[in-house]
Design a protein around this ligand. Sequence first.
Ligand code: NAD
Ligand code: G6P
Ligand code: MN
Length: 433
Amino acid sequence: GLKIVTIGGGSSYTPELMEGFIKRYNELPIKEIWLVDIEQGKEKVNIDAKMSQRMWDAAGYDVKVHVTFDRREALKDADFVTTQFRVGLLEARIKDERIPLSYGMLGQETNGAGGIFKAFRTIPVILDIVEDMKELCPNAWLINFTNPSGMVTEAVIKYGKWDRCIGLCNVPTIAMMKEPIALNVDPNELIYQFVGLNHFHWHKVYDKDGNELTSKVIDAMLDGKDVGLPANINNVPFFGEQIREMNMIPCGYHRYYYRQQEMLEHSLMEYETIGTRGQQVKETENKLFELYKNPNLDHKPEELSKRGGAYYSDAACECINAIYNNKQTHMVVSTKNRGAIPELPEDSIVEVSCYIGAKGAMPVAWGKLPSAQRGWLQCMKAMEECTIEAAVTGNYGLALEAFTLNELIPSGENAKRVLDELLIAHKNYLPQF
Ligand code: NAD
Ligand code: G6P
Ligand code: MN
C-alpha cells in the first residue's frame, strides 16, 4: 500500500484531500497517510486527523491517518508528498496584505509585494524539505500547492535539483468544471489548451470536432455567467473589446493586471471596512474547525466552498492517480517549460496543459504567442526569477529588482519602504536576509 505524506496537514482543506483519496481508493491503494505540522498547528492538525480518520472509517477502508511534528519520521519511505503549508500562518498573510495596502498598493496572497514575500518565506522551507526527501524517500513525487505555487515549484526544480515535482492550482480545475455548465455541454466533449504561468494563464476551448468555442466562453463570461472565478477574487468585469480581440480566456487573476485600478479600490475598501481577505479567511477557518470537531461529522462540509482554494485537492488526488496508474490524463500543472512556450527559457516553470503519467508531466507545446501575452509572460517570469534568486540568496538589491519588475508595485520611495517594512515584519521567517 501507498504512504502519503501531507506537509501542512493542519490545513482546513485536509478533509477535501481525504475525500479525493477516498473517491479514488479503488485505483489508489493507500495504506497510510501522515499529516505533518508544527507546534503552532497542533490543535488544527489533531482535529483534521480525527476528522480524516472518521471519513476513512465511514467509507469502510482500512487506512490509518497519523499525525507527526517530526517531518523526517513521516518522509521515511514515502511514495507521494503533498505540500500545503503556510509559513508564518495567517498572521503572516495578513501582514503581506496590510503593509502594501497601507501604502495604497495591492496586498494579495500571491500577487504584488505580498506574493513576493510569501515566496521569500516559503522557498527556504521547501528547499529543506527537498533535502530531507533526497535522503529519506528518493523515489517519491512532490506535489506542491503551497503558494506561490509556480515559484515554489521553480525553486524545487531549479535550486533543489528535484525533478519529481509538480505544482498545482485549483484555478484551471474550476474553469474546466464550470465552463461546460455555462455552455451547457458535456465536459468530456471539450478540448482545452492552457498557456502561461501560475495565476497568470490564458486558455482556449474546442468542441469534439475541433471547432473553437473560446469566443462562446468569453461571451458567457462577459454576460456574467459563472465560468469558475475562485471565491477570493472580486468579480470586476474584463473589458470586452480587449478580451474579444485577444480571443483567449484570461484567468481570474488577470483582473489584478487588466483592471488594476478597480481591484485596488475594492481591496482598499475592504481593508478599511471588513478587513483583508486573510482576516476574512480567519473567520471562515474558525467556523470550519468548529464543524470538524463534531464527532458525528464524517464528510466535507459545505462551508469549505467559501475558501478560494476549493477543489484543489481534487487536482492533487487526480495528479497522484495519473502518475501512479500512468493514465496520461490531461491536467494543467506547473512544470518545466521544455519549449512549450518558446519565448520563455526552457527550464522556466510554466503552467500549461500537460499529459500526466508515470514519468510526470509532459507539456503540450503552445508555440508563438501574440505580442501582449508574450510581453506579459517575459516580464512576469523575470520578476519570478529575481524573486526566487533573492529568496535563496537574501540579496536585497535583487529583491528590489523583483519589486521594480512587478506591475502591481509602483517604483520609488514607497516601494522601498514597503520592502523594508515587510522585511522587518517577517524577520523571524527570513533567515536568508
Ligand atoms: P493554513 O494557514 O491552514 O496552513 C496549513 C498548515 O501549515 C497549518 O496547520 C500550519 O501550522 C502549517 N505549517 C506552517 N508552517 C509549517 C512548516 N514549516 N511545516 C509544516 N507545516 C507548517 O493554510 P491554508 O489556507 O490551508 O493554505 C495552505 C497553503 O496552500 C498556503 O500556502 C496556500 O497559499 C496554499 N493554497 C494553494 C492553493 C493553490 O491553488 N495552489 C489553493 C489554496 C491554498
Ligand atoms: C485561489 C487560489 C489559491 C489562492 C486561494 C486563496 O483560488 O488558486 O492559490 O491562494 O484560492 O483562497 P482563500 O480562501 O485563502 O483566500
Ligand atoms: Mn492557485
